[in-house]
Each structure stands twice: as structure tokens, then as C-alpha cells.
Design a protein around this ligand. Sequence first.
Ligand code: NAD
Length: 483
Amino acid sequence: MPAPAYPTDLTLYIDGEWVAAGDRATHAVIDPASGATLADLPLATTDDLDRALAAAEIGFREWRATDVNVRSAKLRKVASLLRERAADIAPLLTMEQGKPVKEAIGEVAGAAALFDWFAEEARRSYGRALVRPEGQRAIVLQQPIGPVAAFSPWNFPHFLMARKLAPALAAGCSIICKPPEETPACTSALMRCVADAGIPGNVAQLVFGVPAEVSSHLIASPIIRKVSFTGSVPVGKHLMKLAADNVTRTTMELGGHAPVLVFDDCDLDRTLDIIVPQKFRNAGQVCVSPTRFYVQSGIYDRFVEEFTARTEKLSVGSGMDEATQMGPLANGRRPEAVGALIEDARANGARVATGGERFSPNGGNGGFFFQPTVLADVPLKAKIMSDEPFGPVALMRPFETFDEAVEQANRLPYGLAAFAFTESLRQANRLGDAIEAGMVGINTVGISSVDSPFGGVKQSGYGSEDGIEGLQAYMVTKAVHQA
Ligand code: NAD
């Protein structure tokens, strides 16, 4: 089946109206596999944002008063529309973000699963009654927090917008989504499903703009009661400071630098089968990407060698090509940033086992491609051991003892995901306790599912998405005392 054409009539979605560019400033959307311009995206003006805020205030009042069964049914409808349209949405995501279409289809399926999960959770937002003498009561209520401003990033643009949109709507909140300007078609397609499912246009809205201008304008508004952000640590800290002015609640998912502890007693083949594809999924642009490999000395050389051999077999190219296992990086900033970190690691004595360079699989036709890379014997002083590479790079170092491995895993001020591979039950249990991270995968990389909380500790952020916690993030607790 031929891929759908990339839409050249991109819009904002404000108060139920799909708003075309008119005389607004625009942003060029780039195909990362070729560097060509796909379309021009309109950027919201402050008048647009004010209109969205006013609509969100009214939308919140109406939506919170809507029967929860009606809200739940509409969320389910979004899920079914996403599944119906997945084959059309996924290629758009690939064209603008670069990931292989197969991964893009999985991303849309993940978004649908979120809408189904929160359609159910919406109906399970229970309070409790505290019984007092003589008929007195205190009733603890969970209520929707209010209009939400949601900022999501470009690495999983469709799924990560859904991760904020679905629980906010389930809780009874209105929401203004500001997804990334790099990937507007797949997020617009998501918003189209929301609109077609009958969710009012003043309840769920979509704006694009200059990120710093949009965030400062929305967060400064007293209408906004909750900010949810997924992205980098520096931007997260900045938004937290903006939110502090109105004491607005935030959820922050800020990335990490995931350690992988590989013990001598692991099932080596199974470990490699699992971890190599996971490392290069979405070209390593994943906040929970396995990155710092600490490998016990008895198997270190073999692990590096076999990891490298598998890495060299990966087929890299356009995500639209079915044979592709890894696409380009998502934008022009990434190859620069990854290349600079690798250069610094080399200068500090790291050994390049494979990769390490930009390249063009199109025979010089541009694009933001980077070779899948393995760096061995990386010294701790190399910047890449502390700065998240957010690219297709695996870093390897040997370790001797359990305590040393845990110390290295916990060395950084981040704590989002961590992984460990061992066949020892006792060691596995101790690791689950000792590692400072929001999610720990032991003998698995499956650490994200709709029913399980997802979020970090330390500078990786706070608050959880998904799970029952994901709904709570959009609610406030009130105690009503009756005498
Ligand atoms: P960046 O720090 O400029 O931006 C990160 C994200 O925040 C982007 O989506 C961007 O649109 C948004 N943003 C930037 N300034 C903003 C502002 N003032 N207000 C609101 N939103 C703002 O970096 P980048 O080049 O886009 O991405 C690079 C780094 O971001 C990566 O190295 C990675 O650490 C991090 N990142 C993390 C995730 C994640 O899932 N946690 C996702 C994407 C990027």
C-alpha cells in the first residue's frame, strides 16, 4: 500500500477550530531521512494562546460535570479510532521523526492502550468516608485539578502526548497540548481522533509555537492548574521555576542515563538478544535507553565482542524502508551533540569498537544518520559517562564486585531506568532494593506498561505517569467534614 502524503495544511486546534497559518509565523518541518522540508507549521500567537486559555476554563467546567461513563466511553472511542487509523498515522510519524514504520505502528498501538486504560481508571476514582460519632462524617473526595498545560517531546511524539492527554481527560480536566514542532502531523492525527470521538473542542486543544514563549505564557496564567512536561532536565528545571510563581503543580519526566549491570552468571545469549535491539530502538533517543553497560570482568571481553558483532549487522536507513532496523536521528541537533560526546570520549581514551561517525546511507543525500556505536573501556571522566547521549551509543566498562556495580549505577544525579542481568535470585532481589531509579528491569527491558507507574527519582523528575498514579496526577484531594 502506498504511504499517505504528508499533510501540507497543518493547523492549530483551538476551541474546536482547526486554525490555519494565515499571517502567523511558521516553522519548517524537516524529513530527518533526507533533510528536505515536508511542510510549514503555523506557530501560535499570544492571542491564540489567550483564546485557548479562555476556552480551557469553560471546557473544564463543562467536562468535569459530564457523567464519568460518558467521558469513559469517549476515551474508548479515541482508542478504537487510533487502532482504525494506525496504518495511516504511523507513516506520518516516520516521515517527520525517522523511526522505522514498524516502531511507529507500535507507538500508535501504545497510545490506544493508554486511552483504554484511562477510560477504565476514570470510573475507579474512589473517595472514602471517615465515620464519626453521632452521624458525623468526613468525606475524602478526589476532584479534577483543573485546566492542564502539557508539553511533550519529539522522540515518541504520538505516545507521549497521549500519556498526558488520556489521564487528564479521564480525570475530568481540560488540556492544552503543546507537542514538539518537529513532529506535528502525528500529534494532529491524535487530536483529530479526540475530536472525532466527540470530546469537545474547548476540552482538548492543540497549539504549536516557540516553546519558550508558549510555556511562559501558559504557565503564567492563573487558569492553568497543572503543568506536565517530558523532556530534558534543564528545560524541566526552567518550567518548574515558572510554575513556582503560581504554586502550580507539576509532573516532570526528565530523562536519565540508564545503567545496565551485566553479571558473570547471566544468560549471555538471552541478554544480548534482548538488550542490543533495545539499545538501538528509536536510534537510542529514548529516555530509558540502556546506555552505561557495566559488565562483570569474567565476561566483559566476550560481551563487548558479541554486542559489537550484533550491532554491525543492524540495517540503518530510511524508516519508510521495511528492512530498516534503525532510522536517522530525529533532528539536526542530535548528530552534532552525539558526535561531540564521542569525540570527547575518544580523546579521553575510550576505544571505538564500532561506529562513531555520521554517515549517509542515501549515497550522500543528506539526512541526520549516525552509525550505531559501541565504545569500550570508557573512562569515567569522559563527558558521555555523565551526559545523556540520547543517541545510538552503548558505553562499556568492566566491574568486579556487586557493591562496585551498584555504586556505579547510582553514581549520577539521575534515576529514571536501570537494568540488570543475573540468574541469581538473591542478587536480583538485592538489586531491586539497592538501585536508585524509578523503574528497574531485571532480566527484562519491559519496564513501561499502561498499568505500571512510570517516572524518575533524583533529577530525572518527580510524579508518575501511567498506572493508577497517572490519574492521580490530574486530581486534587479534598476533605469535606460534616457535623
Ligand atoms: P531541549 O532541551 O531544547 O528540548 C527538550 C524538549 O523540551 C523539546 O521537546 C523542546 O521542544 C522542549 N522545550 C525546549 N525549551 C522549552 C521551553 N522553554 N518550554 C517548553 N518546552 C521547551 O533539547 P532537544 O535538543 O529538543 O533534546 C535534547 C535533549 O532533550 C536530549 O539530550 C534528552 O536529554 C532530552 N529529551 C528527553 C526526552 C525524554 O523522553 N525525557 C525526550 C526528548 C528529549
